[in-house]
Design a protein around this ligand. Structure first.
Ligand code: URA
Length: 231
């Protein structure tokens, strides 16, 4: 991405200061953000033993729902398999379906900048989605599609053992937390899945359309850093 576009993205998020990559989040001086806690745990069972190759092969060959008939590629996820930070989006779009990688379109470029804004790169975090195949015409995933992928995501979480999960956007947040509460009610609180803190952030596709929310997006990231620092 060229620098001008990057600056445009940062500006869209209300970030006017670059944070050098070498500054780990734990070194960042952050303004205080009100923190309220709530616990919305969905107890999950995960296989006793599992490994990435088995899981990736299962996802690649998956026929658990109808999305297998329209997908070009499954989108397993990418990044650091030992990451502290796990970003979970909704599902692949057209570009992701074509490339087999998560968040590679316009929204993905903004997500990359959001990750850079917390002092990390995509290679430092793991990025995946609630569903691993593209819902046609970018519709929301149906309940049976989410259910079909549920155990893949749980197994990814169990293998990565992240210190923090960022639910990217409403669908990811509601699915992960098992609630139909609106995003406005889910932001700014520490949720919990399998004893891992979950922070809900705006979806970058929404931020690209709603620049009024840009400051709140940066607040969410600051809140996530603070939450991780407390772990
Ligand atoms: N939106 C998502 O939620 N996930 C992607 O991978 C791409 C766009």
């Amino acid at each position: 991405m060229d620098n001008a576009l990057r600056l445009q993205y940062l500006d869209a998020m209300g970030i006017d200061v670059w944070i050098p990559r070498h500054l780990a989040p734990s070194h960042l001086e952050l303004p205080s953000v009100a923190i309220t806690s709530c616990v919305e745990t969905r107890p999950e069972s995960v296989p006793v033993s599992d490994d990435w190759d088995t899981l990736a092969a299962e996802v690649a060959a998956c026929t658990r729902c109808g999305l297998c008939s329209t997908r070009k590629n499954t989108v397993f996820g990418s990044g650091n398999k030992n990451a502290d930070w796990l970003f979970i989006g909704e599902g692949p779009g057209q570009h992701e379906d074509e490339q087999g990688l998560p968040f590679v379109g316009n929204a993905g470029q903004l997500l990359t900048e959001m990750i850079r804004a917390i002092g990390l790169g995509r290679e430092d975090v793991f990025i995946t989605n609630i569903v691993k195949c593209r819902p046609p015409n970018n519709r929301d995933p149906h309940a049976d599609e989410v259910a079909g992928c549920h155990d893949y995501l749980q197994r990814q979480i169990a293998l990565i053992q992240p210190k923090i999960i960022l639910a990217v956007g409403r669908i990811a947040a509601q699915t992960l937390l098992g609630t139909d509460a609106p995003l406005s009610k889910l932001r700014g609180r520490v949720h919990n899945v399998n004893s891992i803190p979950v922070i809900v952030i705006y979806h970058p596709a929404y931020l690209l359309r709603s620049l009024l929310e840009k400051r709140k997006a940066w607040q969410d990231l600051q809140f996530a850093i603070k939450t991780l620092q407390k772990q």
